[in-house]
Design a protein around this ligand. Structure first.
Ligand code: B12
Length: 212
């Protein structure tokens, strides 16, 4: 199958909530030499974004959104090992998670995978992570960076609490924030050191932050 056809197939498999097909096409994409990141950015992400749009328009309901996320995750499970690699030198230690009250973890996991693939030691705390947990892990690992994802306007405020809590705890870790509703203006307003709106940019920002 040609690459364009594979990308269209991946997008459609997400929209059809078809986990086996999404996983099979992801494997096929790798077998034909497509870079994993291209399969994600060109196939899976447009699929999940379209699912979000259909949900906005009332055409998709929660079961479809859950199904689309499931298909995306099934394909990601195939693609993620191909993103791994890492450098031999550890660039820095990172704690990452999705803030409390928020179970969206696809974007966060992608950011975590790319950071790890680029030489950072990453401790992924998962989703629905309380601020205290971020602080405890940052202290335990003497983290350089704490990365917090938020996908809901109602949970973004946790990012501000996190910045304040790390400061109050006297930890040196700096905070990078992201997630669909998060903007550079919000990041600046809450005193976060970094922001990125996608996983590739997150790696570049993280590199800059551990160097400065
Ligand atoms: C898939 C999805 C779900 C899945 C999540 C599955 C999972 N395990 O993650 C399910 C079905 C469970 C779900 C549930 C809900 N969802 Co939802 N969901 C989405 C959807 C369609 C896609 C999110 C996604 O995975 N995108 C793909 C990834 C790759 O993109 P991303 O997350 O943005 O991440 C990228 C960047 O933002 C950035 N990034 C992300 N995190 C970080 C962190 C750092 C540090 C950095 C630097 C960068 C970074 O890099 C990532 C990779 O490029 C969005 C719509 C949208 N367009 O975002 C709605 C959306 C986020 N959901 C929404 C809502 C309302 C809900 C529910 C409340 C629905 C309900 N009524 O129950 C629940 C919330 C449950 C909860 N408590 O968390 C709303 C939020 C509205 C708002 N403004 O608050 C959205 C925007 C849909 C909408 N238009 O209404 N959802």
């Amino acid at each position: 199958m040609a690459h364009e056809e594979l990308l269209a197939g991946l997008r459609q498999a997400v929209l059809d909530c078809d986990e086996p097909r999404a996983a099979r096409l992801a494997r096929e994409a790798l077998d034909t030499g497509m870079p994993a990141l291209r399969a994600i950015d060109g196939g899976l992400v447009p699929g999940i974004q379209e699912a979000g749009r259909l949900w906005d328009e009332g055409e998709f309901f929660l079961p479809e959104l859950v199904g689309a996320a499931g298909a995306m995750k099934a394909a990601m499970a195939v693609l993620q090992p191909a993103l791994a690699g890492g450098g031999s030198r550890e660039l820095g230690r990172i704690v990452i998670g999705t803030v409390q009250g928020d179970i969206h973890d696809i974007g966060k996991s992608l950011v975590a995978t790319l950071l790890a693939a680029n030489g950072f030691a990453v401790s992924d705390e998962g989703a629905d992570v309380p601020v205290e947990r971020f602080v405890t892990r940052a202290r335990e690992l003497d983290a350089d960076l704490v990365c917090a994802s938020a996908l809901l306007t109602t949970t973004m405020v946790q990012q501000r609490t996190l910045v304040e809590a790390l400061r109050a705890a006297g930890l040196r870790a700096r905070v990078m924030v992201g997630g669909a509703p998060v903007t550079p203006a919000w990041a600046a307003q809450i005193g976060a050191a970094g922001f990125a709106d996608n996983a590739v940019a997150a790696v570049a920002v993280a590199r800059g932050l551990v160097r400065s």
